[in-house]
Design a protein around this ligand. Sequence first.
Ligand code: AMP
Ligand code: ZN
Length: 156
Amino acid sequence: MRHLLLLLLSVIGLAAAETKRCVFCEIVAGQREQAAVYRDDKVMAFMTIGPVNPGHVLVIPLVHADNYLEVQPEALGAMLAAAQRIGRALQLTDLNAEGIQLLMNTGRAAGQTVFHAHLHVIPRHTGDSGIEQKSEAPRPTMAELEAVAAKIRVKL
Ligand code: AMP
Ligand code: ZN
């Protein structure tokens, strides 16, 4: 009985450590700074810290799923609906998104680096090199990201 209890406690401990390691679960829990764009009962959206272009947003399910293939269908639908709202809003801001690119890298081989499913919503402009560009520019500050997030939020 005692062994069973110890086993149970270590499993719970491992599960807690696993959750703690996920940077996006920390964002969902409000434990990590982020520039928020949108939240409902299934998904949230915030500015990526490494934008391909200004206005680059990530939409994630609130419930952890490692990648696209693991997301529950209702959450997946909510992610797409949120991305549509955000895409429309992006076109109404002075970011002047001519095009919107949706991207979900699934698996390390496909370029996924954060293993909590996320949908990139990327403003695109004619002639830009988008996700292929190797930006030398320093990352935006949280204040700069928050300013862009505020522009998007008012157009949602
Ligand atoms: P991927 O390569 O598709 O897994 O994309 C991961 C995305 O998460 C990139 O756009 C990163 O800049 C972004 N990212 C990583 N850590 C954070 C964070 N703490 N807050 C916001 N975005 C993040
Ligand atoms: Zn997570």
